[in-house]
Design a binder for this molecule. Structure first.
Ligand SMILES: NCc1[nH]cc(CCC(=O)O)c1CC(=O)O
Length: 314
C-alpha cells in the first residue's frame, strides 16, 4: 500500500471543487490515494482590495509555502492567478483540459449586457474587465467589488448591483451555469490569460511525482495557455493588468495550429492595441512573445499607463 498524496487546497468553494477535480484525475489516471488538506491564505482572510495585498499571487504563495515545507505534496491553482515568473523548487507538473475560458454576465431579470439600461451598476474588480466594458461604450456605472463567486452573485440578487461579470469556468465548476444571462464573445471580452485552466504543482525535486502528474496534462491546453502567458510576460504585465489573451487550437491549411488573440487597454478602455496571429502548436511560447512585441511596437506599454481619455471630445 502506498501513502496517500496530500493535495493542498484553499478553503473557498471554487478552490475545493477544483482540487476535488484534480484529486479525481489523480485517482483515475495514477491510481493513487489522495487526501485534501486545507491551507488558509492571506487573500482569503483579508477583505482588502487584492491589489493592496499583492494581487492574486497571495492565493498562490501560501500553497507553494505548504509544498516547500513538505506539508502537502500537490497544489492546485487557477492558472490565471499564477504569476508568470517560475518559483524556485516548484514544478508546474500538469495543466489539465481547460474549461470554456470565456467570461459570462450574471444580471438581474435575465438581461444581457446590451439590454442593461444606461447607468446600470455593474460590479467587477478586474481592470481587464473594466477596460473592455468601458471600451464597449454601454454607459454602465462600473463599481469595484470583491468576494467569492457566491458573494458576487448575491450582490445581483440583493440589488446591490445590476450585473456582474465572472469567469464561466468558475460558474461551471460550482454548478451555477443557470445563473448566467449572457456568455461574452471573445470579440467583446477577451478572457484573462489562462482563464478556465488549472495548474497542478509539486516540488520539482519529487521527480517521480513530476513524471506521474504529467499524465494529467492536456497538450492543447498547455500550448494555448503557454502562448497567452507569454503575452503577459513580454508585455511585463501581471495578472491584474488590463490585458486579455485567448489562444485556441484550430484546423489550419497544414493541420492543427494555434490561433492567438490579445488586447492591451488603457484603464478606462479609451485606448487599446489588439492583435492576432497563428503559429505552430509546438511554438506556443514564441507565438505569444512575437505577438506581444508587435503590440509593444504599437504602443501597448504606454497605453496601459495612459491618463484617462474617456471624457475628452476629439
Ligand atoms: N479572479 C479570481 C478567479 N480565479 C479563477 C476564477 C474562475 C476560474 C477560472 O477562471 O479558471 C476566478 C473567479 C472569476 O474570475 O470569476
Amino acid at each position: 500500500m502506498t501513502v496517500a498524496l496530500r493535495l493542498g487546497t484553499r478553503a473557498s468553494a471554487l478552490a475545493t471543487t477544483q482540487s476535488g477535480l484534480v484529486a479525481d484525475l489523480i485517482r483515475e489516471r495514477l491510481g493513487r490515494e489522495v487526501e485534501l488538506v486545507t491551507v488558509s491564505t492571506e487573500g482569503d482572510r483579508s477583505a482588502a482590495p487584492l491589489a493592496t495585498i499583492g494581487g492574486t499571487g497571495v492565493f498562490v504563495s501560501a500553497l507553494r509555502d505548504a509544498l516547500l515545507a513538505g506539508e502537502v505534496d500537490v497544489a492546485v491553482h487557477s492558472l490565471k492567478d499564477l504569476p508568470t515568473t517560475p518559483a524556485d523548487g516548484i514544478a508546474l507538473a500538469a495543466i489539465p483540459l481547460r474549461e470554456d475560458p470565456r467570461d459570462a454576465v450574471v444580471a438581474r431579470d435575465g438581461l444581457t449586457l446590451g439590454e442593461l439600461p444606461v447607468g446600470s451598476r455593474l460590479g467587477t474588480g478586474s481592470p481587464r474587465r473594466v477596460s473592455q466594458l468601458e471600451a464597449l461604450g454601454l454607459g454602465l456605472a462600473i463599481e469595484g467589488i470583491r468576494g467569492n463567486v457566491d458573494t458576487r452573485i448575491r450582490k445581483v440578487r440583493d440589488g446591490e448591483v445590476d450585473a456582474v461579470v465572472l469567469a464561466r469556468a468558475g460558474l461551471a465548476r460550482l454548478g451555477r451555469l443557470d445563473e448566467i444571462t449572457e456568455v461574452l464573445d471573445p470579440l467583446q471580452m477577451l478572457p484573462a490569460p489562462g482563464q478556465g485552466a488549472l495548474a497542478v504543482e509539486c516540488r520539482s525535486g519529487d521527480t517521480d511525482l513530476v513524471a506521474a502528474l504529467a499524465q494529467l496534462d492536456d497538450a492543447s491546453t498547455r500550448a494555448a495557455v503557454t502562448a497567452e502567458r507569454a503575452v503577459l510576460t513580454t508585455l511585463e504585465a501581471g495578472c491584474s493588468a488590463p490585458v486579455g489573451a485567448l489562444a485556441e487550437v484550430v484546423e489550419g491549411e497544414d493541420g492543427e495550429e494555434l490561433w492567438l488573440r490579445a488586447v492591451a487597454l488603457s484603464e478606462d478602455g479609451g485606448l487599446s492595441v489588439r492583435m492576432s496571429a497563428t503559429g505552430p502548436v509546438t511554438e506556443a511560447e514564441q507565438l505569444g512573445r512575437r505577438l506581444a512585441s508587435d503590440m509593444l511596437d504599437d504602443g501597448a506599454a504606454d497605453l496601459m499607463h495612459a491618463p484617462p481619455v474617456r471624457n475628452q471630445h476629439a
